[in-house]
Design a protein around this ligand. Structure first.
Ligand SMILES: Cc1cc2nc3c(=O)[nH]c(=O)nc-3n(C[C@H](O)[C@H](O)[C@H](O)COP(=O)(O)OP(=O)(O)OC[C@H]3O[C@@H](n4cnc5c(N)ncnc54)[C@H](O)[C@@H]3O)c2cc1C
Length: 416
């Protein structure tokens, strides 16, 4: 039986027009969430991957959330994904953030690619290949990671990926290094972005291939002991002549570049995690000040102090601003959006990532000293929230950069 959730603490509230499927998928995440929240402290403290949460999501069918229905999945679109991901984010940031990498591995080859220009031959070939990838997720419960960061301008979308794919008989040899590969050691497949190794290769020659986790030549290196999002276990990957066959392509050659140019919202998918964290910080604050949560001793009511009431009011205002932009921006995700929609997507990403952290700061300040004990979730929310605006390609800085430039220049305009 589904527990009744206070609509103030849901992602869409009580008045946003959700369809039946969205309600159902959100309810699935709400059902699992409280258990994830209980496990979160250990995953965070030990910096270990939430394997049990993935087993639960597999059991519930959530791993196939963004797999098209004709391939046996739940067929969620970008907006529905965002609602579910933000719901998970209320309970465990690391689970929601890694779920982003997994879900995008279905979304990008799915409805994103469907909306792009492919030749009939490419479409036929892609259909057969993605059927294979989707069957792994739906039938075998496979988990996909999405390592594209390399510590260079590539993940910022400003240079070709340094990891290369060299053509050989019946397939490709992958060489290179990825940093911050969330789900390292726990993913069954790594959806790697790389550049086709040929003379004069540019960003247009990007390839997106699924590399099995047990491939020969693939190694996972480096420590993982970060400030926040510790359960993501985002270690480094080395590819040393890793062979993959032609079917490993998650998108046809050249299509990733087209997607990146035409589907801006594909880079917003990390932000729902932080929308969830923002809601969790606010909910914690209200409950704590009402005297519903224990600190070092029995719960104490603190809600009668005017300064605390003012901070809660400020938090409510920031939360509503964030939620409004989140819902609007994701609900208008589409291929080739008009400029104002694209600018709003950047603004939404910036707002969610920055405000999640601001809400956590305000929460700790107004709840007070006992609220930052490690036995309570708030200090973890605070540390996890700090990571949001660092995530490429839409870091807070790069969002500002894009908004400023694109607001002042039309496509192709210069000052010469
Ligand atoms: C918890 C966590 C999990 C992550 N998981 C993944 C994952 O699963 N997959 C993945 O691919 N990545 C992941 N990342 C990496 C993330 O997306 C970024 O790539 C990473 O945080 C960048 O770190 P950096 O120190 O290289 O950043 P930066 O130095 O900020 O960026 C790297 C390069 O980008 C360019 N750049 C950055 N900022 C600007 C700017 N303002 N203007 C122009 N160019 C700029 C520069 O060339 C710079 O050298 C994760 C990060 C974290 C914190």
């Amino acid at each position: 039986m589904t527990t009744q959730i206070d609509p103030r603490y849901t992602v869409a509230g009580s008045s946003w027009p959700l369809n039946d499927e969205q309600r159902r998928y959100i309810a699935m995440a709400e059902e699992l969430g409280p258990t994830f929240a209980q496990r979160a402290e250990r995953h965070d403290r030990e910096a270990i991957f939430p394997t049990e949460n993935y087993a639960d999501m597999r059991q519930a069918g959530l791993l196939g959330l963004c797999v098209p229905k004709e391939h046996g999945g739940l067929g969620a679109d970008l907006f529905t994904y965002a609602l579910v991901s933000a719901t998970l984010g209320k309970y465990c940031g690391a689970t929601a953030l890694t779920f982003n990498m997994h879900a995008c591995s279905s979304l990008w080859p799915g409805l994103l690619t469907d909306a792009l220009d492919l030749t009939p031959e490419q479409r036929t070939e892609h259909e057969a290949r993605r059927a294979m990838h989707y069957a792994r997720i739906v039938n075998e419960g496979a988990i996909y990671a999405q390592p594209f960061s390399e510590g260079t301008a590539a993940a910022a979308g400003r240079a070709p990926f340094g990891t290369t794919a060299t053509r050989v008989d019946n397939g490709w040899l992958i060489n290179g290094k990825k940093i911050f590969a969330s789900l390292s050691g726990s993913a069954n497949y790594y959806g790697v972005l790389c550049t086709e190794n040929k003379d004069g290769a540019t960003m247009r020659d990007s390839m997106y291939v699924a590399i099995p986790g047990d491939s020969s030549g693939l190694s996972i290196v480096g420590d993982w002991d970060p400030l926040g999002m510790r359960g993501t276990v985002s270690r480094n990957l080395i590819f040393d002549n890793v062979f993959v066959d032609d079917n490993a392509q998650l998108m046809p050659r050249g299509i990733y570049y087209q997607a990146a140019s035409r589907w801006p919202h594909m880079f917003m998918t990390l932000s729902p995690t932080y929308m969830g964290i923002a809601i969790a910080a606010y909910q914690f604050t209200v409950r704590y000040l009402r005297g519903e949560i224990e600190g070092m001793g029995p719960p104490v009511k603190r809600r009668m102090f005017p300064t605390k009431q003012i901070t809660v009011a400020q938090m409510q205002i920031i939360l509503e601003q964030t939620r409004a932009l989140f819902l609007r921006a994701f609900s208008e995700a589409r291929v080739d959006p008009p400029k104002e929609v694209r600018l709003r997507a950047y603004a939404a990403q910036y707002t969610i990532m920055e405000n999640a952290n601001q809400l956590c700061q305000l929460a700790i300040r107004t709840c007070g000293g006992q609220s930052m004990l490690r036995s309570l979730p708030l200090e973890r929310l605070y540390r996890d929230s700090r990571c949001g605006s660092l995530m490429l390609p839409w870091t807070a800085e790069l969002c500002l950069d894009r908004i400023g430039r694109e607001a002042l220049y039309e496509h192709g305009e210069t000052d010469d």
